[in-house]
Write a protein that binds this ligand. Sequence first.
Ligand SMILES: [Cu+2]
Length: 174
Amino acid sequence: MRILPQLFAAALLLGAIPALADDYTLGKLEIGQPWARATPPGASTGGGFLTITNEGDTPDRLVSAASPIADRVEIHEMTVTDDVMKMRPVPDGVEIPAGETVELKPGALHVMFLDLIGPIEQGKPVPVTLDFEKAGSIDVEMTVAPPGSPGPEHAQGHEHGSSHGYEHEHEGGH
Ligand SMILES: [Cu+2]
C-alpha cells in the first residue's frame, strides 16, 4: 500500500476514496490497478480487471492466469451482438502491443474466475498469477469492489473494513 494513512483518512473525510489497487512492474510491463468484483451469495463465477502497459519495443502476450480462489481461470472477451452479450475465452491470450496499454474492464476483456472455491469479498484481496509469453509470470493482488462496480475506485484496501453500503445487483454473470 503506497498511500499514506493520513492521505487515506483525508480522502475518507472528503468522501473521495482514491483507487487503492496497487500497480506492479514486470520487465517492461506495467500492471495497473488490478481489481475484482465482489460476488453475490452463491455465485460460481467472478470477474477481474486490470490494465497492462507495454513500455518495451516488442509485443508481449498475456497467455493465462491462475488463482487459488477458483478452480479455473480464463481470459475472456465480452462482445455484444444483436443486443446479446456474449463472452468467450480468448484462446491465444491478449496481445499487448509495444508502447500500448490494454485495458481489461467490465464489458470487454476480463479475467474470468470459474468454479469459485469461495466468494470474492470486499476487504479480501484476490491473489492472481498472470503469465506472459515473454515477460514471465507475476503475482498480483486484486482489490475487491462491490458487485456491479464499474471501476476500481470503489475497491477497498486490505484492512479498512467495509463500511459503506451498496445495492446488490442481480446479474447472471458479471
Ligand atoms: Cu467471462
